[in-house]
Design a protein around this ligand. Structure first.
Ligand code: GLN
Length: 300
């Protein structure tokens, strides 16, 4: 049975009710999911009548969105750096801003070629991997690199592992660990990495945005971090040197107004060549710093 709605009219109606900047795009993504079609199909079938059952299913999704649930959780997946990732309420939803961190890491990792394949294997650590977005984007684009991805949430780690499986990305190892805690072996030796990346929680715990919009549905422990939003960033910076190889880099995503604080913390802990990188929106988003040691020390 067909409803009295066409593809186009149901989309327009839903977008009007959603009434946000992204409404048209979101309505389209939700209808595509109901019909199991892509964007091109929607455009070329704009005047087709919608089946009654499809219309009911679409309405149900639109109602969930009207209740505030993020589109990525309704759909169960989100695209990040060209990868289609499973997303659940156990994980933060990957943001386009975080692609800046991936770019920063890739920029420091030479592309393997016939000439330089003799390099020692480069190791990357992703702290608080969530869906695995950062780790998988790096691993996918540098197949010769070994990425270790940690999270303290078992639920998140399960999602990240499934993403690696679905994408057939084999050069990522997953470890249950709160920041660096699980990266010490039986003889108390610290695992060391060439590059450590993280998109840790960095929102001030009193920030009003935490109780608004999509953020309400995301895991609070992946978003908020103490009074100034820097509790976790401080922990990571304080402990990074013993996990960085000589000349290794720490790269942290942070809030648009936190670059100076993060740079100061990095300088205090002894990192050098500190620099901040802007995201595509022009906001300070990632700060990087380098382990000044040239050769290994007794820490090794
Ligand atoms: N960038 C996210 C936001 O402001 C926060 C992500 C995070 O805390 N790591 O919505």
């Amino acid at each position: 049975m067909t409803s009295s709605y066409s593809v186009k009219s149901s989309l327009l109606g839903a977008a009007a009710r959603l009434n946000s900047e992204e409404a048209g795009y979101e309505a389209q993504l939700l209808l595509q999911a109901v019909l199991g079609v892509n964007r091109a199909w929607i455009i070329s079938h704009a005047n087709d009548a919608l089946e009654t059952l499809s219309n009911i299913a679409f309405e149900a999704l639109i109602n969930r969105r009207l209740n505030g649930e993020p589109v990525a959780y309704i759909l169960g997946h989100r695209e990040f750096y060209g990868l289609d990732l499973l997303v659940t309420p156990d994980t933060l939803i990957p943001r386009p801003d975080t692609e800046t961190l991936v770019e920063a890491a890739l920029a420091k990792i030479p592309v393997a070629s016939a000439h330089n394949h003799l390099f020692d294997e480069i190791s990357v650590l992703d702290l608080g991997t969530g869906t695995g977005a950062i780790a998988l984007a790096i691993a996918k684009n540098r197949s010769e690199v070994l990425v270790t991805a940690v999270d303290f949430s078992l639920g998140a780690l399960e999602v990240a592992k499934k993403n690696a499986q679905n994408l057939a990305i084999l050069n990522v190892k997953f470890v249950l660990s709160h920041w660096f805690d699980g990266l010490v072996d039986e003889s108390n030796a610290c695992e060391k990495f060439d590059i450590i990346v993280s998109n840790p929680p960095y929102i001030e715990q009193t920030d009003i945005h935490l109780s608004q919009g999509d953020l309400r549905f995301e895991p609070i422990f992946a978003l908020a971090s103490g009074k100034d939003g820097l509790d976790d960033i401080r922990q990571i910076i304080d402990n990074c040197l013993i996990h960085l190889k000589p000349q290794g880099w720490l790269m942290l995503e942070h809030g648009y107004h936190q670059a100076e604080s993060v740079a100061d913390l990095m300088a205090e802990s002894g990192l050098t060549f500190i620099a901040t990188i802007k995201d595509l929106g022009g906001n300070d988003r990632v700060t990087i710093g380098k382990n000044p040691l040239i050769v290994s020390t007794h820490w090794d």
